[in-house]
Design a binder for this molecule. Sequence first.
Ligand code: FAD
Length: 470
Amino acid sequence: MKPHSTARGHRRPWSVRGKLPGQPHPNTSVRTAILGGGISGLTLARKLREAGLDVAVFEAAPKIGGLCCSESVDGWTYDVAGGHILYSKEKPVLDWMVAQTEGGCFQRERHTKIRVGDRWVHYPFENGIGDLPKEQTFACLMGYLEASYARRKGGAAPTNFGDWIRYRFGEGIERIFMKPYNEKIWKTPLQEMSTEWVEGRVPDAPIEDVVRAAIGIRTEGYTHQSIFYYPKSGGFEAIVRGIGAGVRDAVRLATPAREVRRKGSQFLVNGELFDHVVSTVPLPEFAKIAPELDAATRDAIERLRYTSLTSVAVGLKHNDLPPYSWIYLPQHEQGPTNRITYLSNYSPNVAPPGHGLILAEVTSAGAPRKDAAFLKEVVDGLVHAGLFQAGDVAMTHASAVKYAYVVFDLDFRKKIDASLAGVAALGIDTLGRFGRFEYVNSDHCVSRAFALADQLIAKAKRGGAPTAGR
Ligand SMILES: Cc1cc2nc3c(=O)[nH]c(=O)nc-3n(C[C@H](O)[C@H](O)[C@H](O)COP(=O)(O)OP(=O)(O)OC[C@H]3O[C@@H](n4cnc5c(N)ncnc54)[C@H](O)[C@@H]3O)c2cc1C
């Protein structure tokens, strides 16, 4: 989607309302209700406000940010939905987000590894198989060659993720990394998942690189996100705080949208009249507050699957961390954690001086856990993985989010198309990671918010009803 054409990383004063030079006036009497004050809702509010439109943001939580929130406890700061980095392929979006960030950003180089036994394996795994014990290197290489040979003979690629892994990577990589890691993160039988999300997310190494890796010649394999940004202080939330600063007066905190219904060509949100509604709240939550949704849409939304997440911050008494950004933990004996972020390598300001902070991510299919027994299980797993000693731990703290990852099960496409069509039929626009059940990062949310704002502003200028009508 094309970013907003005026996003150039510089701020426009908030007092700018209505006419921009050479442009027609938008209809400033149009009132838009934005449901949800995460990065999607706040960015949209900013852009509409900058064009002189009237917005109100309903946010259920006592603070803005949603999945981009960070938590600060006794001098430690961590991101509540796992380790976040700021990165975008769209330079105007990246520049805008960096420019918004309260207190500015550090620029960092990505170093990622996979922990297998006591070894650090280069990421992506196919480019790191030479880092494994020789028997495992052999099994991975042999399987990769066999899979590649079988593919050349033709035949359609499997459409379920579980079978696709074997088809794409072969038995060795499947057994040692892909299957255990993906089972840990998705909490869903892999044969029940589709492959529609893998492109651009599961690296795809050429066979020459895998052979090179096996005999010890280093190949990079993955240059995506090689440089990223992270706020200097305040955690990832500093980005949304900067974005939200310009629309503070429009944001209603601790004010959930409890009911949305039509009134003629307008809408009532909690009984208040608006011309237009954009929902960024997770679709299952939206279904609860939209009594006019038809039964088929409601049913499709109810069947959408997702995982929840617990983020466990582990504060260490020292800051002697390996030089990594984040690492993957595929093995069962490493405990329930699938990924660790070395957060104090992003910013030293997230931990008290002389201390280190790492962040463990654990997904769940049901209610996420935060109890003491669970935290002990997480820490014991990390100690077992050789990441630190039990006596190094200075503090643990956990946060949970209900909606973390969209699960792309086999009938996902059918369900999501029906869900979005049903909401659109009410005349309501949707935006955001769970507002549309898309596997998107915060930069994609910003880019999509820019694009939607453009459409709504254009409509308002024509004097028509503002619904983007996607
Ligand atoms: C584990 C993990 C790692 C990630 N890593 C990265 C990363 O490294 N980089 C990156 O850029 N992105 C990353 N992301 C993605 C990023 O967090 C999301 O794409 C982004 O934060 C989604 O923003 P949103 O505004 O669409 O949704 P949300 O942040 O979910 O916002 C929705 C808002 O709606 C509110 N709400 C819910 N119900 C109601 C109601 N009834 N009324 C009013 N408000 C309501 C919620 O409180 C919330 O604030 C990651 C996500 C996860 C889970």
